[in-house]
Design a protein around this ligand. Structure first.
Ligand code: HAM
Length: 420
């Protein structure tokens, strides 16, 4: 029986893989320019990390985690997102003692048991970053500006940026009271998840996807009208900072994000081109998370974006990120002697960083030349015993058909100096 890949996963074949690499390269260049270093954390972590970090009542933790017991009966989970692992690493590796802010970026696979649809997969790739140690709102602006620079480099700088503030420890308590007060009259009509959220984590009520719950949420008091003075001031600074950089934004008063760790600034970059999953990039501040996971009180901010959604966005705009690279030289050979000479030559040229192709399947000379054409090689050379003995061969420009005689000993030089 032929096996297929599990639902929500896919093979990424080489043409597609080039696009992933290109996006990752651009992202890593932008991050380097902003002073971020790369980090990789394990694909699986103790389940408790996500339960505590992301929050028990979030959809991600309560419904979507790939959790299993290993042979030592430890509960492990494939990471559903990157922030919790990076925070754990910040704590475990004593990064609090480094000069702050500590700025880290990552490009990794994530795993969520989701209802699969366009733009929503069970295995997907996130590029993202986290910055620790600054509670100044200027870093919020800097992080958002980085996303903008990245999108500009991709040619999609017109995505819609939405921002909101969901307060801090001080104002969250009071807001929760207002929220539960409002929801009191609607409890019976809420879905079973929201009934739990009502008592355990009222803010999550605003994030429910069920129609009726969304209707109730649409008239609920909004956080932005209930911020404490400090949060209000910080939000003003974020808005001013974005205006200063001429970065357009919309205040979305109902934006709360689906993960529990957020405080103060939250933001999303959205598009109409990726189906119902319009969010390409999402993030925000998380000033309590390091402490919640056992570290010292340390503010943090970050975001992540789905590479698959970026690719969909690029495709919908006909933007091709990848310049195809073709062989500079194809060496066709006739006979064992010529092959062994050509294989040495190929090896030397490849060491010099030159893309050379040579047949390794035993094709006929005619088939080799056909192959050179198919592969879009710039030049082709035929080497047989006669050429080796006479030290003379013909180099053919495959685009024009022009042939020139050169010394076999000069092949390397001609190709390296592009003289043919
Ligand atoms: P998130 O909103 O869960 O946030 O995911 C961020 C982005 O990952 C989404 O906007 C989307 O582009 C992509 N994404 C999420 N789920 C899927 C999926 N099932 N299939 C395809 N793409 C998906 C986080 O993960 C936070 N850790 C972001 C963050 C970092 N906040 C602070 N720091």
């Amino acid at each position: 029986m032929k096996l297929s890949v599990p639902k929500g996963t896919k093979d990424i074949l080489s043409n597609e893989m080039k696009k992933y690499r290109q996006i990752e390269n651009i992202f890593s260049d932008v991050c380097n320019n902003y002073g971020y270093g790369e980090i990789t954390t394990p694909v699986f972590e103790f389940t408790e990390l996500f339960q505590r970090g992301v929050g028990e009542t979030t959809d991600v933790v309560s419904k979507e985690m790939y959790t299993f017991l290993d042979k030592g009966k430890r509960s492990l989970t494939l990471r559903p997102e990157g922030t919790a692992g990076v925070v754990r690493s910040y704590i475990n590796n004593g990064m609090a003692s480094l000069p702050q802010p500590v700025k880290l970026f990552y490009m990794e696979k994530m795993y969520r048991y989701e209802n699969v649809q366009k733009g929503r997969y069970r295995e997907f790739t996130q590029i993202g970053l986290e910055a620790f140690g600054s509670n100044n709102a200027v870093i919020d602006v800097e992080v958002i500006s980085l996303v903008n620079v990245f999108f500009e480099k991709l040619g999609i700088s017109d995505l819609k940026l939405m921002i909101n503030s969901i307060g801090c420890k001080t104002c969250r308590g009071e807001y929760n009271i207002k929220l539960t007060e409002y929801y009191k009259d609607y409890i019976d009509g809420l879905c079973s998840d929201c009934k739990v959220r009502y008592t355990k984590n009222p803010l999550r009520l605003l994030d429910c996807k069920v129609d009726n719950c969304q209707k109730v949420a649409s008239n609920a008091p909004v956080f932005i009208d209930n911020l404490c003075e400090e949060c209000k001031d910080d939000f003003t600074l974020v808005k001013q900072g974005l205006e200063n950089l001429s970065i357009d934004f919309t205040i979305n008063k109902t934006l709360v994000r689906g993960l529990d760790y957020y405080t103060k600034t939250v933001f999303e970059f959205v598009s109409d081109n990726v189906g119902t999953q319009g969010t390409i990039c999402a993030g925000g501040r998380y000033d309590n998370l390091v402490e919640l996971l056992g570290g010292k009180e340390t503010p943090g901010i970050g975001f992540a974006m789905g590479v698959e959604r970026i690719l969909m966005e690029l495709e919908s705009r006909d933007i091709n990120m990848v310049n195809e690279v073709f062989p500079k030289l194809y060496i066709a050979t006739l006979g064992d002697n010529a092959y062994s000479f050509a294989s040495k030559l190929t090896y030397e040229l490849r060491k010099q960083n030159i893309f050379v192709d040579i047949d390794v399947t035993g094709r006929s000379l005619k088939a080799q030349m056909k192959n050179a054409n198919k592969k879009n090689a710039r030049y082709a050379i035929v080497l047989g015993d006669d050429e080796i003995t006479s030290n003379k061969c013909k180099i053919k420009n495959m685009a024009t058909g022009y042939e020139e005689e050169i010394f076999v000993d000069d092949i390397s030089k001609t190709i390296i100096e592009n003289k043919a």
